[in-house]
Design a protein around this ligand. Structure first.
Ligand SMILES: Nc1ncnc2c1ncn2[C@@H]1O[C@H](COP(=O)(O)OP(=O)(O)OP(=O)(O)O)[C@@H](O)[C@H]1O
Length: 628
């Protein structure tokens, strides 16, 4: 008999239980049962979906799935009818307690007593009346490590299956992780694992920190990976555990970088991570995708922790030393909170949305919602209902209860209309009316609702040009352009090196990567048509390519980038060949010059040079035998 069962039998005897005795079957009163469910509501809410999924795995196997509270009282059960009848005979039903004190050795009671998963099979049960059972139970713990309930699968002992225990443990873990995610408000949470593919799975570690970086708690796998007990973690902070400031985690979250953070734990073990911010109104957003829900306002304004978290994404974090951008920030700062619409111009990827979010975060409306709408990405037929909302049954396909619309959702906060130049002409008049009257009327509705939104628009079109072509209303244009600011494209910024360092730091917060000078030179020359979006993606890939190497060189650059810069190089060479021709150089000399120039640009990397010039490496070696 396993040691855990033997110890449990001794405990059962010490409770004065007799193996042959008829156990106490009396369930609690029905009314007490509702109090019990009420008391365990959070556990019940998160456990029921997991129990249903678990039940689907074991359906028709003469088993049942059971949830108990911390004392072993059954709160909820699901089971096969034929087995339920048998189970009833031993009172495996809601309201009955299965603690060891009441039933002797059994999986539920023993899991609670030992705080570990327990499998109790047939005659391992203390009471002879329960020998026909086989039971697998796993305790469910809260964020402090306290057992708050037990998940159990019990069935006829002839139906024993060796995988049942594994299923129960995984389901209990799933419930714990869900409870953990619902626990902390105003916290930044790190989801981490040594293997990136495990993030988002049951195996991930989850650790929550206050916005100031103080450790709050970690789930079971988080504690395991950190290698510290819950008690000893209480004195830790994000930076004492991961060696970087918690602001890096916010930075990663703020830039919505789809890549994972590469972190080094205090133990020296490397892990990958992703940040999640949970705010006091229950709104949360996972980084890593355009479909992340917008952050909306907390119920009560003035929440210090919430505002602290927001400020970490403010305007001053965008200022990396470029004088043009400094002027933009200066101007914007002057109109903050003055009810002046801001129009942001700039090429794609120059950070228009990030600037709009930073303006909101620094404005007196920071505690209100920030709602972003991209007018170019919503089909013309849907944009009206998306913006203005609609009443019950306003059009075919409308949701039964209607929808509030994005303008109303931004009430009390900021509405960011991206690509405003693409707003259908017909709707522009409606938008103008909303801005002038500060009222919105949902589609199909007759009542107007007062709204109070700060408006920020962005465009990369020349709106004057669109007005001249009859595509944009002049009156709306004048209503929108209170303060017009222009974000410089990356190629015109003087702070490229700082930007690169900042992005590298976000991608790999320990700052272990530097750029090879020849790559930086190419970066300075490149036109960056995709601006920040292109640069961020390129660096993200380069960091992965570099792996354990500390310097990012040309060999870590993607081919399309090398092709682009190669083509530009070649063009520059053509210009200089004019000079060579004028100087009377022959073809061979010109070829030498072009190859040498390209080699220089590629830091002497023959493969990159060959790729850029569209020839094989052998050709390069043949033309420049001294290279070998
Ligand atoms: N200053 C910055 N530092 C780091 N990353 C930035 C910065 N500005 C923008 N980015 C990143 O570049 C990407 C594009 O930014 P954003 O969406 O704000 O640009 P945009 O001008 O609104 O683009 P579009 O015109 O295509 O909508 C985002 O992933 C953003 O996180």
């Amino acid at each position: 008999m396993p040691a855990i069962i033997e110890t449990s039998h001794q405990r059962s005897a010490s409770y004065g239980l007799c193996p042959g005795a008829r156990p106490d079957f009396s369930p609690v009163e029905r009314s007490d049962l509702s109090v019990l469910i009420e008391k365990n509501l959070l556990l019940h809410t998160h456990a029921v979906p997991a129990m249903e999924t678990l039940y689907q795995q074991i359906i028709n196997t003469h088993n049942m799935v059971i949830l108990t509270d911390a004392h072993g009282v059954i709160v909820h059960s699901l089971g096969d009818d034929d087995f339920l009848e048998k189970a009833n005979r031993v009172a495996l039903r809601p309201g009955v307690t299965w603690s060891e004190q009441s039933k002797g050795t059994n999986a539920i009671g023993t899991a609670i007593a030992e705080k570990v998963p327990a499998l109790v099979h047939a005659d391992q049960h203390y009471l002879a009346a329960n020998h026909f059972l086989t039971c697998s139970a796993a305790p469910i713990t809260d964020h402090m490590g306290n057992v708050i309930g037990v998940l159990d699968v019990s069935g006829d002992q002839r139906s024993f299956h060796k995988h049942t225990m594994g299923l129960v443990r995984m389901s209990a873990l799933m419930i714990e992780n869900q409870l953990f995610s619902a626990t902390f408000e105003n916290a930044i949470t790190l989801h981490f694992h040594a293997r990136p593919e495990f993030i988002g799975t049951l195996m991930e570690g989850i650790a929550s920190f206050t916005p100031g970086g103080r450790f709050l708690s970690a789930n079971r796998n988080g504690l395991f990976q950190l290698g510290l007990t819950f008690a000893s973690l209480q004195s830790h902070t994000f930076s004492s555990l991961f060696g970087i400031p918690v602001s890096s985690l916010f930075d990663h979250y703020r830039t919505a970088a789809p890549g994972l953070l590469n972190l080094c734990m205090h133990s020296g073990v490397r892990v990958y991570g992703r940040a999640q911010l949970r705010l006091s109104n229950g709104a949360h957003a996972l980084n890593g995708g355009d479909d992340a829900p917008p952050i909306s306002a907390p119920a009560a304004s003035g929440n210090a922790a919430f505002l602290a978290a927001r400020r970490l994404s403010g305007l001053r974090y965008l200022n990396t030393g470029d004088p043009q951008l400094e002027r933009v920030i200066e101007k914007v700062n002057k109109v903050l909170g003055r009810d002046i619409p801001i129009m942001i111009m700039g090429e794609t990827g120059t950070g228009k949305e990030l600037l709009a979010q930073a303006i909101h975060n620094d404005s007196p409306r920071a505690a209100g919602p920030f709602v972003a709408v991209n007018c170019a990405s919503i089909p013309e037929t849907l944009i009206e209902s998306e913006l203005f909302g609609y009443e019950d049954g306003a059009f075919t396909g409308a949701r039964k209860k209607g929808a509030s619309g994005r303008i109303l959702q931004a009430n009390g906060g900021t509405l960011f209309l991206d690509e405003i130049g693409d707003m259908p002409f017909g709707l522009q008049a409606r938008l103008l009316r909303v801005l002038q009257e500060r009222m919105v009327t949902p589609l199909g509705g007759s009542k107007s609702i007062t709204v109070n939104v700060e408006l920020i628009c962005a465009t990369n079109h020349n709106l004057r040009d669109r007005i001249a072509r009859g595509l944009f209303r002049e009156d709306l244009y004048y209503r929108l352009n209170g303060l017009v600011v222009k974000l410089p494209p990356l190629r015109d910024r003087t702070d490229l090196e700082v930007i690169v360092k900042k992005i590298l730091c976000t991608e790999s917060p320990r700052g272990q990567y530097t750029m090879a000078p020849e790559v930086m030179r190419l970066f300075q020359q490149h036109k960056w048509p995709g601006n920040f979006r292109q640069l961020t993606n390129l660096l993200r890939t380069a960091v992965i390519m570099a792996g354990d190497e500390h310097e990012i060189g040309l060999r870590h650059m993607p081919d399309d980038f090398l092709d682009d810069v190669g083509a530009a190089e070649a063009q520059q060479s053509v210009v200089s060949t004019d000079k060579l021709i004028a100087a009377g150089a022959n073809l061979e000399e010109m070829e030498h010059t072009v190859i040498l120039k390209s080699l220089e640009a590629h830091g002497g990397n023959v493969s990159a040079t060959a790729r850029a010039l569209g020839v094989s490496r052998n050709t390069i070696y043949r033309k420049l035998p001294n290279l070998k």
